[in-house]
Ligand binder design. Structure first.
Ligand code: PMP
Length: 279
């Protein structure tokens, strides 16, 4: 089955689907999105993604959409594509209108989706861990809303790649460790997990939440605390979490080895538990 796209109720191959040029998502970044992965033909944490999508829409004062309508659209595309290990991207923009900063009351939301096979990360990278860099967080102050305004994230990821690293994490101007460019950040200290509390400065990651639950079930302490950049270098382990990333152990940060310089035992244990839960 080819990679498919959904545009306002019509499903067609991706390369035959076009969005109108005056979509506000395109011109103003006035859109929200989710990326949902499937394992063995089942979308993982679909309800949690829909919850967050609704919150993001509320955050931008979008009109409410019947959740069943969105879920049915997702199900239809997912079933039509018939992919066991799919990545489904859904984006809802405020709509299409002549370019103007303010919008008309009767503007109609535009829903698009794409579905593609997930390309699994090279297992060598997962086994050896990744090198990451730190970047000062210069994003806006509503990072809890999952909008398509992720240019700074894209630039930070590119900066990391240009320096031969895999990814970047954002550090606030005051030295607080926030999150990755498309992932949340955890470190392990005294055998327990620590991650940034849920504030407006990070995205409430679904994998983050799943990992905290898995940890507690495994008897691993999981805390939400502010971490400073200096805390990074005394960590026993560190990893990123995300729908695409899953759980990815960190080898070095800004060239400094973390723990033993490879994914640690807790990271690996949690990764296995996550795959087991998802599959
Ligand atoms: N933070 C940011 C900035 C992200 O883009 C993502 C990926 N959506 C995450 C965290 C992780 O979220 P999730 O686990 O829901 O994929």
């Amino acid at each position: 089955m080819p990679e498919l796209a959904y545009l306002n109720g019509v499903i067609r191959p991706i390369n035959e689907t076009y969005v109108p040029i005056e979509d506000r998502g395109y011109q103003f970044g006035d859109a929200v999105y989710e990326f949902i992965a499937s394992y063995n033909g089942k979308l993982f944490c679909l309800q949690e993604h829909l919850d967050r999508l609704e919150k993001s829409m509320e955050g931008l004062s979008f009109p409410k959409v019947d959740r069943k309508f969105i879920q049915n659209a997702i199900d239809e595309l997912f079933e039509k594509a018939g992919m066991a290990r799919a990545g489904l991207y859904i984006q809802i923009s405020r709509g299409v209108a002549p370019r103007d900063h303010a919008w008309a009351k009767d503007i109609k939301l535009q829903i698009i989706m794409t579905i593609k096979n997930v390309i699994e990360l090279d297992s060598k990278i997962r086994d050896q861990g990744i090198d990451i860099i730190t970047v000062q967080d210069e994003r806006w102050s509503n990072c809890d809303i999952k909008t398509v305004q992720i240019l700074f994230n894209a630039m930070a990821k590119q900066k990391a790649k240009d320096q031969g690293a895999f990814d970047a994490i954002f550090i606030s101007k005051d030295g607080i460790v926030r999150e990755g460019t498309s992932s949340n950040f955890f470190l392990v200290k005294d055998g327990g997990l620590i991650t940034h509390p849920l504030t407006k400065n990070i995205l409430p990651g679904i994998t983050r939440m799943v990992v905290m639950d898995l940890a507690r079930n495994l008897g691993i302490k999981a805390e939400e605390k502010f971490l400073s950049k200096t805390d990074l270098f005394s960590a026993e382990e560190a990893f990123l979490t995300g729908t695409v990333t899953e759980i990815l152990g960190i080898k070095t940060i800004d060239g400094v080895p973390i723990g033993k310089g490879k994914p640690g035992e807790i990271t690996q244990k949690l990764y296995r538990a996550l795959r087991e839960k998802a599959e």
